[in-house]
Design a protein around this ligand. Structure first.
Ligand SMILES: [Fe+2]
Length: 250
């Protein structure tokens, strides 16, 4: 697993922070990620979605052990979590069934919500908290919703806050469309899996961005950090594209 460090000396975020960005675990064994977080010693941990699969109850068996990443992370540093499209059940092992019964409502089982909340993480579902001199918000995926848009009303309210702002937003393709023009200091994303195959420093494909996507890995304009994520796959394989935790230091 790659640990990618970026120094943001000019950022308006509070100084002395070490933000670890974790994304796209996809309910796999979290032990390596937890070990890496202990080594990194972050001041805060930002979980940028697709950590688990569908939270509606249909993937509880698969989610099993992966749930433990929340408790472990929260013991290391204050941890903030916002879901991605997979927690919404948009695409997972029951894809065919989902297509037949296409839901346009986000549904998480009460049991899963309660497990997340009891784990000690700040669960930010189109909401924010202020802590340690900054506001941390979570903009949930709009993929499953009618029209496919995220909660733009929440985004507008968050952008108006009079504090340095960090936004957790699973989809990096939202940056240009919805976020770039707003006074949000840092957005952290995943979803692209580094473009799955990387050649000459570029990813090949990312959902929502298509072929040769723009936002797949690293820091863009000093304001968007995109993690390659943690999911290890054999089919399709990751080529020249190790799994990754991003660390942003101010
Ligand atoms: Fe995703």
């Amino acid at each position: 697993m790659k640990k990618s460090y970026y120094s943001l000396a000019d950022s308006s975020l509070p100084k002395g922070m070490r933000l670890a960005v974790v994304s796209d675990l996809h309910a796999q064994d979290p032990s390596r990620a937890i070990d890496a977080l202990r080594e990194i010693k972050p001041t805060h941990i930002l979980m940028a979605g697709d950590i688990l699969e569908a939270l509606n109850g249909s993937c509880d068996g698969k989610n099993g052990n992966a749930f433990s990443i929340f408790e472990s992370a929260a013991r290391i540093a204050p941890t903030f979590y916002c879901t991605g499209n997979h927690e919404d059940g948009g695409v997972h092992s029951e894809r065919r069934r989902w297509k037949r019964e296409h839901s346009t409502v986000r549904s998480y089982s009460e049991e899963n919500i309660s497990k997340i909340e009891k784990s000690g993480v700040h669960f930010l579902l189109n909401s924010y908290v202020t802590l340690d001199g900054m506001a941390v918000g979570g903009l949930a995926s709009g993929l499953i919703l009618e029209g496919g848009e995220p909660d733009l009303e929440f985004l507008r309210r968050f952008a108006e806050l009079d504090a340095p702002k960090v936004l957790i937003c699973h989809h990096p393709e939202y940056y240009e469309k919805y976020i770039r023009a707003l006074p949000i200091d840092m957005t952290v994303s995943g979803h692209a899996h580094g473009g799955q195959w990387r050649f000459f420093g570029r990813g090949v494909y990312a959902p929502g961005q298509g072929l040769f996507p723009k936002y797949t890995s690293g820091l863009y304009e000093g304001r968007l950090a995109v993690s390659r994520g943690l999911k290890r796959t054999l089919i399709p394989p990751r080529i020249f594209n190790p799994t990754e935790i991003i660390v942003i230091e101010t």
